[in-house]
Design a protein around this ligand. Structure first.
Ligand SMILES: Nc1ncnc2c1ncn2[C@@H]1O[C@H](COP(=O)(O)OP(=O)(O)OP(=O)(O)O)[C@@H](O)[C@H]1O
Ligand SMILES: [Mg+2]
Length: 234
């Protein structure tokens, strides 16, 4: 459903992605692993049109490489960025509504908000509170729910596990897995927590210094001795 072909990304003279090609299957979870600075965030920025890139990106058969960010978002790409970026003065409820800003099906938006609050009961409890008062884990649940409220076809997640307790990571990943199964959502999950990421992923890629060092199914990755040692420990 999304294909990257020979994508290079640059910050001025620094090249952050090197001839990256990837192919994501609709309705599946694709995890991208890589060390600090490997280019994971740049990969997401490139898909969103927020980086200077060459090469091509096709989304549902259409070349979106030259489209501005809002056009890519309109086609159904949503992101939970590094560090969440909630509107901290706005309440939890308002943040959720912001996620649905481009939708006109009000009744279904209300139903979706209710579904998120049922899955993450803390959101209902804190519904009227400014989102800035949430804990890190609660904030990540809100950021994920907000992104899902746009009913994306492709969800980009940038290190959702950072700073969270294992139980909160499991809650977040379970929600991602559920929406993926129930609604056919495609997920690109960038993670340093390789173990957790591979638990829910169908396919994976490894980035090393901006280049793809592996792409394939999770079992094959786990069977590769060098990659297993480098990214999963023993
Ligand atoms: N705004 C920028 N200007 C110059 N170089 C940048 C910029 N942003 C990122 N880079 C460089 O691009 C490379 C890839 O960075 P990127 O943020 O994509 O890595 P990452 O895999 O997301 O790392 P992390 O796990 O630490 O978040 C790094 O070498 C980084 O220093
Ligand atoms: Mg990053």
């Amino acid at each position: 459903m999304i294909q990257l072909h020979n994508v290079n990304a640059y910050y001025g003279r620094v090249q952050a992605l090197r001839s990256v090609s990837m192919n994501l299957t609709a309705g599946k979870i694709f995890s991208v692993l890589g060390a600090n600075g490997a280019g994971k965030t740049t990969l997401l920025r490139s898909i969103l049109g927020l980086a200077q890139t060459t090469g091509s990106i096709h989304f549902e058969g259409e070349d979106i490489s030259a489209l501005p960010t809002y056009e890519r978002v309109r086609r159904g790409i949503a992101v939970v960025p590094e560090g969440r970026r909630l509107f901290s003065e706005f309440t939890v409820g308002e943040n959720l509504r912001i996620g649905a800003i481009n939708r006109t099906d009000r009744a279904e938006v209300d139903a979706d908000i209710d579904e998120m609050c049922t899955f993450f009961p803390i959101l209902r409890k804190r519904f009227e509170q400014p989102s800035g008062t949430l804990s890190g884990g609660e904030g990540q649940m809100l950021a994920l729910s907000r992104a899902l409220l746009s009913r994306p076809k492709l969800l980009l997640l940038d290190e959702p596990s950072v700073g969270l307790m294992p139980i909160a990571v499991s809650d977040i990943f379970n929600m991602v897995g559920k929406i993926c199964r129930d609604k056919g959502l495609t997920v690109l999950l960038v993670e340093q927590n390789a173990k957790k990421a591979l638990q829910i992923a169908d396919n994976a890629a490894v980035l090393e210094l901006g280049a793809v060092a592996f792409e394939g199914d999770v079992e094959t990755l786990k069977a590769d001795g060098r990659l297993k040692e480098a990214y999963l420990g023993h």
